[in-house]
Write a protein that binds this ligand. Structure first.
Ligand code: SF4
Length: 53
């Protein structure tokens, strides 16, 4: 199973010093026509706003 090597979304609840702490992530297309041609047209759907205390 792949692991997230680095995530720059510090605003995510699961992010701890650029390491994803989620058990799994779901990635979806964010392209308008759903025809993904670059990483910029992908999106982590597991993102949750907030901070772990
Ligand atoms: S859930 Fe997604 S956005 Fe949040 S830290 Fe993991 S990879 Fe990054």
């Amino acid at each position: 199973m792949s692991k997230v090597s680095k995530c720059m979304c510090e605003e995510c609840y699961y992010n701890d010093n650029f390491v994803c702490q989620a058990d799994y992530i779901e990635v979806r297309s964010s392209a308008d026509d759903y025809q993904v041609k670059s990483s910029q047209e992908t999106c982590c759907n597991t993102f949750k706003h907030g901070r772990k205390e």
